[in-house]
Design a protein around this ligand. Structure first.
Ligand code: ZN
Length: 244
């Protein structure tokens, strides 16, 4: 089987500007995720950041990416619309997209969803339990019934997203809210997975179960469909004689 080419994109802003974030992710969130994925068989991993040429997402990078992981929070609006157009086009062609935590408000996720992607939130370092609600799904492989995170930022419903193809995880929070924490959609030939856990001041991207979900999601989101059939507007001749 050919390797799955993964690009971990991070705006990489908080880690350079806030000491509390630098203390948790000294090399950046993208490097923490890439360090795990690089150790997994069958994955070829690179990183990309906002401050690189073409905001890290030039034509060549995207053409050689099977699955794009997206982390952003402070700089959503700095991502240029032409880059969003380019990423969207690749997703419609079959590139997978994994959207993490605060990237619910990224331009690319809102573009792909078509809704506000608004939600409720509270930063109080409370407990979260992510329940596996679809154990048939490959993204849940290797997990137990739930993942428990001792200190998280709360995200609560209503989450303004279009009805997902599948809801994989539902979170319960100590403060009483619930949230659809793991959801999938298809857009064109591409698969999209939103995964809630994260936050720049909690060490969540070192948690083995969270990393396992991200690795499972990469394998799930990689294109395995029909590369012969393109989704294009084509004026076609009939296959049969329709004039007699
Ligand atoms: Zn957060």
């Amino acid at each position: 089987m050919p390797e799955i080419r993964v690009t971990v994109w991070n705006e990489f802003v908080h880690e350079k500007t806030k000491e509390a974030v630098k203390a948790v992710y000294p090399e950046g969130i993208h490097q923490a995720i890439a360090a795990y994925l690089s150790q997994q068989a069958g994955l070829l991993v690179r990183t990309a950041t906002l401050d690189e040429p073409e905001q890290g997402l030039g034509e060549e990078v995207l053409a050689n990416t099977d699955v794009l992981i997206w982390w952003g929070h402070a700089a959503h609006n700095e991502v240029r619309d032409e880059i969003v157009d380019r990423v969207q086009a690749r997703i419609l062609e079959g590139m997978g997209l994994i959207v993490l935590h605060s990237a619910h408000h990224s331009k690319i996720f809102k573009r792909m969803m078509g809704t506000s992607c608004n939600l409720q939130w509270r930063e109080a370092a409370e407990k979260e339990r992510l329940w596996v609600v679809d154990p048939s799904h490959p993204i849940t492989r290797g997990l137990s019934r739930y993942i428990e995170l001792p200190h998280t930022e709360m995200y609560g419903e209503p989450f303004d997203i279009p009805t997902p193809d599948k809801v994989i995880f539902i979170s319960w929070f100590q403060g009483g809210e619930v949230f659809r924490s793991g959801c999938t959609w298809t857009r064109g030939k591409g698969k999209i997975f939103y995964f809630r856990p994260g936050h720049e001041t909690f060490p969540i991207y070192y948690n083995p179960e969270i990393l396992q979900v991200i690795g499972n999601a990469v394998r799930w989101a990689a294109f395995v469909g029909n590369s012969e059939v393109d989704l294009q507007v084509v004026n076609v001749e009939p296959l049969e004689d329709i004039n007699s």
